[in-house]
Design a protein around this ligand. Structure first.
Ligand code: ADP
Ligand code: MG
Length: 159
């Protein structure tokens, strides 16, 4: 696993970081986003979607569990699994079938780690209580082969 930590000073930096990450993502990648309510998980997703030319204002899939977006060469599935009780419920709704259909971004996905394939990115969002616009992100790249294509991205942000 490779990791790095990044500080984002305002929401525009979070959007740009999402855009930058998106340029390395391909179909079948899985991105797990963990962090308290309001920590920026949906904002980062918005940055990713904007890279693919998708809408500026995205709706949070809190009630629908998953929102689907279709970019030119990629389907994007934006999940919010907060309302599911565990990974077996994720399997019951057919969640696993999305993994090979497109890019999956899963808010609160720490709950379903046991049903994920070995290659995935896990980002932990933390707030800074001295600055309401600052976020600290810890990014983990899991898997072996899966990490290779992110090497330039990881090097760019590693200190
Ligand atoms: N650096 C930052 N990165 C992301 N969001 C930020 C940042 N600073 C302030 N915010 C605000 O925090 C909120 C994050 O909300 P959201 O992305 O919906 O969080 P989550 O999906 O984690 O619940 C937004 O209102 C956004 O404007
Ligand atoms: Mg959200």
């Amino acid at each position: 696993m490779k990791t790095f930590k990044i500080e984002l000073n305002n929401e525009n930096e979070t959007l740009s970081f999402g855009k930058d990450l998106a340029s390395f993502l391909t179909s079948n990648d899985i991105l797990v986003l963990s962090g308290d309510l309001g920590s920026g998980k949906t904002k980062l997703t918005q940055g990713i979607l904007s890279y693919f030319g998708l809408e500026d204002e995205i709706s949070s899939p809190t009630f629908t569990i998953v929102n689907e977006y279709n970019a030119k060469n990629m389907n994007i599935y934006h999940f919010d699994v907060y309302r599911l009780s565990d990974s077996s419920e994720f399997l019951e709704i057919g969640g696993e079938e999305y993994f090979d259909k497109g890019l999956c971004i899963i808010e609160w996905g720490e709950m379903i780690l046991d049903v994920l394939p070995p290659d995935y990115i896990h980002i932990f969002f933390k707030r800074d209580f001295n600055d309401e616009n600052r976020r600290i992100l810890e990014c983990e790249f899991h898997g072996n082969k899966g990490v290779d294509k992110f090497e330039d991205f990881i090097n760019r942000y590693s200190k």
